[in-house]
Design a protein around this ligand. Structure first.
Ligand code: NAP
Ligand code: HSE
Length: 331
């Protein structure tokens, strides 16, 4: 029996607890779950499992699962556990992107797992740290934020911006601070991780965040106009060559209907990668929500239980093509 210590028992933590209960074959037990409010009821967990004392979680776990969020306490507790030689599974793209260098030695040791941090249970980290590495990259474009994609789809259906955001929060898609979603920063966190794994390990968080914008300027009218012009507007996170170096940016772009990501709707995500030998590859699937994220987290727990190393960081930058490529139209 492996003991799981849980940091956080909100949308993702509670879904994970229910998934683990439904999988007795895995021989997993959640010993303790860290929360702020111990009186709140949580599906999949009973009161005896909840605590407000982080040390209790750390002391009673073989594998630490962090689904609490934020770049402060959550990161400190993960680092403490990693320093003690424990495997850590996290869905926290903000902490990984903004504190990458502190986590790096533990990635190199294979003790940190983070499939659910990008595109939840849809494969992204696994392919970025493995199958896509056989080709020299040329470009990557991706829909990485489920909340924004959901809102944009709702705007296309004539729903106003605030109503769409409220619904995304109710469905458990949004971050605790939804300005991270609509401001483009959540997509930027995820892009920064993919960019470091596939293009250049030194692409810094500040370089990505300085080239990030969100969706709050969009309205049902602008979306209807794009549809009338045979396309869709989507928040796209991209890595591409610019003057012989890699550039990462997040912005809203116009996708013609023929584009493989134009039909990505609701809370779904999509990743388009073009490499010199593999050609074009597209992966699509759920991009937000408790169950789909818990699926990615559980996949990582299974890897850790089987002593399969977590994703390895890229050792050095891939060579950027000298010629610029034709870019999508920014809206
Ligand atoms: P959430 O519903 O807000 O849950 C956060 C949990 O952490 C809550 O149980 C909260 O306790 C606990 N917590 C937060 N700060 C704490 C503190 N200082 N001390 C003790 N407990 C604390 O968030 P979520 O949607 O599950 O997301 C969790 C993480 O997964 C985030 O990093 C998020 O980016 C990531 N993620 C989420 C999704 C998604 O679709 N929701 C998808 C992929 C990744 P209380 O319940 O008592 O408030
Ligand atoms: N808030 C995030 C999103 C959750 O909407 O994509 C999944 O990482």
């Amino acid at each position: 029996m492996k003991r799981i210590g849980l940091l956080g028992a909100g949308t993702v933590g509670s879904s994970l607890a229910q998934l683990i209960t439904a999988r007795p074959d895995l021989d997993l037990v959640i010993t303790k779950a860290l929360v702020k409010d111990i009186s709140k009821k949580r599906a999949g967990l009973d009161k005896s499992q909840l605590t407000t004392n982080p040390q209790e979680v750390l002391d009673n776990s073989d594998i630490l699962v962090e689904v609490m969020g934020g770049t402060g306490l959550a990161a400190e507790l993960m680092l403490q556990s990693l320093q003690n030689g424990k495997a850590v599974v996290s869905a926290n793209k903000a902490a990984l992107a903004e504190r990458w260098n502190e986590f790096l030695p533990f990635m190199q040791a294979g003790n940190l797992y983070f499939e659910a941090a990008v595109m939840v249970g849809t494969p992204a980290i696994d392919i970025a740290s493995h199958s896509l590495r056989g080709s020299n990259p040329i470009e990557l474009h991706a829909i990485l934020n489920g909340t924004c994609n959901y809102i944009l789809n709702q705007l296309e259906n004539g729903v106003d911006y605030q109503t769409a955001l409220d619904k995304a929060q109710e469905l458990g898609y949004a971050e605790a601070d939804p300005s991270l979603d609509v401001g483009g920063y959540d997509a930027a966190h995820k892009l920064n991780i993919l960019a470091r794994l596939l293009f250049d390990p030194n692409i810094s968080w500040s370089s990505v965040s300085n080239n990030t914008s969100g969706i709050s300027h969009l309205s049902p009218k602008i979306m209807a106009n794009a549809i009338a012009n045979n396309g869709r507007i989507r928040l796209i996170a991209s890595v591409f060559p610019e003057d012989g170096a890699w550039k990462a940016a997040v912005r809203t772009v116009f996708l013609a209907n023929e584009h493989p990501m134009a039909s990505t709707a609701s809370n779904r995500n999509a990743l388009y990668f073009r490499g010199d030998a593999c050609g074009e590859i597209i992966v699509t699937g759920a991009g937000a929500g408790g169950a789909a994220t818990a699926s990615g987290v559980l996949a990582d727990i299974i890897q850790a239980m089987n002593n399969i190393a977590g994703p390895s960081p890229l050792a050095k930058a891939m060579i950027a093509p000298k010629q610029n490529i034709k870019l999508l139209e920014v809206v």
